[in-house]
Ligand binder design. Sequence first.
Ligand code: AMP
Ligand code: MG
Length: 435
Amino acid sequence: MLPAVEAESLILKLVQPLSAERDRQIVLLPAALGRILATTVTSHLDFPHWDNSAMDGYAVRYSDVLHCTTEKPVTLEIVEEIPAGQPPQKVIQPGQAARILTGSMLPVGTDSVVMQEQTQRQGDRVTVLRAPEPESFVRHRASFYQANSPLLAAGIKLNGPEIAVLAAAQCTEIPVYRRPKVAILSTGDELVEPDQALEPGQIVDSNQYALAALLSLAGAEPTRLGIVPDRPSALKAAIAQAVTQADMVLSSGGVSVGDYDYVDRILQELGAELHIRAVAVKPGKPLTVATFGAQTAANMQEQLETASSPTLYPARQVLYFGLPGNPVSALVSFWRFVEPALRKLSGLSSHWRPVITAARSQRELKSGGLRETYLWGQLRAEPTGFSFLPAGGSYSSGNLINLAQSNALAIIPIGKTQIMAGETVQVMVTHRPLT
Ligand code: AMP
Ligand code: MG
């Protein structure tokens, strides 16, 4: 059994990210939200585009007003008014000023802005009551960004601020990575669809829907391939289909040591390389991680020569996660191991690992101490820092009911059996913290 951090590192090493050239698509600006930028964006514009005023006031020549005080004010002639959106028409001479509004272009000849509150106006004259700082309230051209330098780096996620920057830079067609394709299948003779009548002994395949939902939230394109019975031939056909059509495959169930747990065997029969078969976490111990190598000229030739070769070579490397069937285990494994892999696969250049923060536990937390234990509950942002409130009820890997409304997993390290109420615990964020 591999410790969780080692499993995480190994999985991240196995991931081959989408290619910035082959897996790039162009989307219109409003559709770019949440996508990963595939190319570094530069702009031919400086920001600000020109020297402009940060205040409503008067554009002046600093040398005219540097000595003025309330006792010795300086009066200037207002020769122009510059509303926002219009270029100045005049060059300001000594003894002159221009009325200026926030964002307006600074007229030639001026170098400072006096805020309105420090002036008195009489018709076309303005009296400056206090000397401004040199270059006060002037936003200089290119002081925020210099044209043709990198504006947004490839591999970042586009959120609101980045959309604003792209809009301001007049980028309307955005190169982004395509969404990773992830195929999902559920294994188990006991499973039925949510709209099917339940016979005794059957349960609904909730994993398929939960995983599809989490994948969509993570920016992937999930395909639900449905329920596969615990029959090796059916499972083999379903896995082969999944592997040929996706970048990543998630199956749930059939990876522990039961009589009907065929997933690992079939992966091997299909020529996958198995890297992980169990991780020292609770819940989520049975976890299979495998890779299918990409089709190459050499392996194509090999397949032609040995027509009976069962080895499956997809067009690109496919990462396979055989998740445990228990509903909580499946989701904990998703958050802990699949999501980081997905982030790297999607083209994100950093921040692949989960967000883990310290929080004060509001209740006593218990663990068997033999495996790293994840207890679900609510991470809350309090004025004094984060707190963690464990979900009430039973911590069973089969209890998905109290998983609802949780947004975090407290992590109890191997060797520790108890965290007292009020003690600090490491907490992994699965959704935005509650307040
Ligand atoms: P398995 O890993 O196949 O032995 O499954 C472990 C437990 O998880 C069993 O009780 C299954 O009934 C349950 N289970 C397996 N697959 C699913 C699924 N897709 N949705 C909900 N529960 C499942
Ligand atoms: Mg099963």
